[in-house]
Design a binder for this molecule. Structure first.
Ligand code: UTP
Length: 407
């Protein structure tokens, strides 16, 4: 792309300021900036405008398979799940492309050392949990790790240096998610340097299309994998490829399953699995009306009771069908350092920018049906989002210890 074409393109999207420092740049850096402009999908800006008017449908509560029901059928579920794992029909996908800004750790979140008297990295907790399944099934689960351009190299180097915490590296595959430009409060794309556009990972919703772009879909099909268990990097109690969950989802005949926990309080800030226009969906806490938040069933349970914990099981053939769908765009309000109009680098202390993200939870809306599978939050949900306070290093440590993990 040359300067004139770039200028015309930017004018069309009202982003001409990106060339503000062009004349000051060396020839190499001029080309670098033009190449970057060429790579950017500016249609995101117009897509966002289009989606502003889209409305949510009619919500209804949905029942989960409860802890009590699961206990009764556990043997059958577990045996079905173990068979699926042994016959290599299940793969796991670790979403590790996020930037973990709330934690304030400048490396991939999985590298965070949550140990107290010994080293215990978040990645290590996850591999340990996955190794429990290897022990139980005598089979390795293929693990696909999604990174972003910002953390791919560091993640790979770290895991290799730690011998994948004892996991068989032949079963570990990496792929990189896409990036999207970051905009300010006036919808102007930010520069991170005079010759560089501020970019951030485009959310966790594109994981399957990124896998496809990386050529891994062919691999999955060659391997005969029928189910993918997708999970977040930051829940240190995450049960991965849980045979009971897999067995229950297969037996239910649903094309997807989601692990959920009973809400601790009506105003807990979690997305709730429910029905939207009679299809499975997740309603975010901020989208719920007061009536929805507080409504109760005759037995006293909250009607919208089951919060998702970012652990889903998807059927690969259904995922392939969803590849052609456009995912809704979400805007995450974050702190992003930038170059101001005078060429100075500014590091704000409050969120100043919006990142474009698609979210894995929106993939649930693309499913015909989804099993809501209750788990015990004390045993399976210890997210590390913040350095202190709610969902923090402190709360995760406490829960790890409660579950017999020495720190
Ligand atoms: P979060 O929504 O907690 O985002 O991610 P984050 O970027 O890790 O953290 P904050 O909000 O900046 O503090 C939930 C899961 O989705 C993954 C994360 O790595 C985490 O496992 N994720 C998030 C991606 O893989 N890619 C993304 O672009 C965003």
């Amino acid at each position: 792309m040359n300067y004139e074409i770039a200028k015309k393109l930017l004018k069309e999207y009202n982003q001409e300021h990106l060339l503000q420092f062009y004349d000051e740049l060396s020839e190499i850096n001029k080309q670098k900036l033009l190449n970057q402009i060429e790579q950017i999908d500016f249609s995101l800006l117009t897509e966002l405008e289009k989606q502003k008017n889209s409305k949510r449908g009619t919500f209804k509560p949905v029942d989960a398979v409860t802890l009590g029901e699961i206990e009764k059928n556990k043997r059958e579920y577990v045996s079905l799940g173990i068979n699926a794992i042994k016959s290599q029909k299940v793969g796991a996908v670790l979403l590790a492309g996020g930037q973990g800004t709330r934690l304030g750790f400048s490396h991939p979140k999985g590298m965070y050392n949550i140990g107290v008297n010994r080293n215990l990295y978040i990645f290590e907790c996850l591999f340990n949990n996955l190794k429990d399944i290897v022990f139980l099934t005598k089979a390795y689960v293929p693990l696909f790790i999604m990174t972003s351009e910002s953390n791919d190299k560091e993640t790979r180097t770290f895991l290799k240096a730690h011998d994948y915490f004892g996991y068989n590296p032949d079963y570990v595959h990496f792929f990189i998610q896409e990036m999207a430009p970051v905009i300010d409060e006036n919808s102007k794309i930010l520069l991170s340097e005079k010759d560089k556009i501020a970019m951030s990972p485009n959310g966790n919703g594109g994981w399957f299309s990124s896998m496809q772009r990386a050529g891994l879909l062919d691999k999955i099909q060659e391997m005969g994998i029928l189910w993918l268990n997708v999970f977040a990097v930051d829940n240190v109690l995450q049960r991965i490829a849980d045979p009971c969950f897999i067995g229950a989802t297969i037996l239910s005949g649903c094309s997807a399953g989601g692990k959920v926990v009973a809400k601790a309080a009506p105003d807990e800030r979690v997305g709730v699995l429910c029905l939207e226009n009679d299809r499975p969906s997740i309603v975010e806490y901020y989208e719920m009306t007061e009536e929805m938040r507080t409504r109760r069933e005759p037995d006293g349970r909250l009607s919208y009771n089951y919060g998702v914990i970012l652990n889903y099981l998807f059927r690969v053939d259904t995922l392939i069908q969803t590849l052609k769908e456009t995912m809704p765009l979400h805007m995450a309000h974050k702190i992003v350092p930038y170059i101001d109009e005078n060429g100075n680098c500014v590091t704000p202390s409050e969120p100043n920018a919006y990142k474009f993200e698609t979210l894995v939870l929106d993939m649930i809306r693309l499913q015909e049906n989804c099993l809501s599978f209750e788990v015990d939050r004390e045993r399976e949900f210890a997210p590390v989002k913040n350095a202190t306070g709610t969902d923090s290093v402190d709360t995760a440590r406490e829960l790890l210890e409660k579950n017999g993990v020495s720190l």
